[in-house]
Design a protein around this ligand. Structure first.
Ligand code: BTN
Length: 246
């Protein structure tokens, strides 16, 4: 069971706020930062349930009680949001690789998949103060044992518990992910880019992007943009978006 005490103990000395239920941990983290702009970088909000969890493009993100990890880390950094998003996906992928036997990878830009199914979504949001980037809130949602029956999603979801030999306490998983995030925050951008790129399942696949652009995902650039070569040899660059692949 998650609780303020358990998390505080395992994450010490990191500032932690735990909610049995809240609208969205990203929203809570943004409120916390507004209250305390000098809060230690790495402070984390965790919730057992989110009633208005947000995904990319304002899509709904399901976090029913007792069945997922919903956490948001306040990072006082000048790193661009895309870079922080990469840190989130690489950190989660590394932790999952050490736990599951199935293939873990990243679907561009930052979904973490196990055996081709989405187990984790990342939503990094910039916090601005006087037109300056003051912090980035890195939101991470991991399905542990979510009941997806009757839920329509634009992807195939999976639950981490289906890939683990034995249940693992959520607090321990949170700790392992936060340790990886701390480590990657200290690394240069090119090392992070390489760790992200080598896990990308999207590269060298036939993909369909928005506006019906179809072609081969040939590379990603330094900003994380996906380069897609169409049948006529043109290269189109996508900085964000949804990708469909076989
Ligand atoms: C996506 O794949 O669309 C991103 C999903 C991000 C969900 C997480 S759960 C914790 C944090 N709080 C939110 O409201 N969203 C993120």
């Amino acid at each position: 069971m998650l609780s303020q005490e358990t998390l505080q103990e395992i994450l010490r000395p990191r500032p932690v706020r735990y909610f049995a239920s809240t609208d969205s941990t990203n929203t809570e983290a943004t409120r916390w930062f507004a209250e305390l702009p000098l809060i230690a970088s790495g402070a984390v909000v965790v919730a057992d349930e989110q009633t208005a969890g947000r995904g990319r493009y304002d899509r709904q993100w399901l976090t029913p009680p007792g069945s997922a990890i919903a956490m948001s880390v306040i990072l006082r950094t000048k790193r661009p949001t895309q870079n922080v998003t990469m840190i989130g996906s690489v950190a989660v992928a590394e932790v999952l690789e050490s736990l599951v036997s199935g293939k873990v990878g990243i679907k561009w830009p930052n979904d973490v998949l196990i055996e081709g199914k989405k187990v984790c979504g990342i939503l990094a949001e910039a916090v601005w103060q006087q037109q300056k980037l003051a912090a980035v809130v890195l939101g991470i949602g991991i399905n542990i044992c979510v009941d997806f029956s009757g839920v329509e999603l634009p992807y195939i979801p999976t639950n981490l518990s289906d890939h683990l030999p034995a249940p693992m306490p959520r607090a321990q998983l949170i700790r392992a992910i936060l340790d990886k995030i701390d480590m990657w925050m200290e690394q240069p951008a090119d090392a992070l880019h390489l760790a992200w790129k080598t896990r990308l399942l999207t590269l060298h696949q036939q993909v369909t992007m928005e506006r019906g652009v179809t072609g081969e995902a040939i590379d990603v650039d330094k900003d994380g943009a996906l380069l897609v070569q169409t049948a006529d040899g043109k290269i189109e660059r996508f900085l964000a978006g949804d990708v469909n692949m076989p």
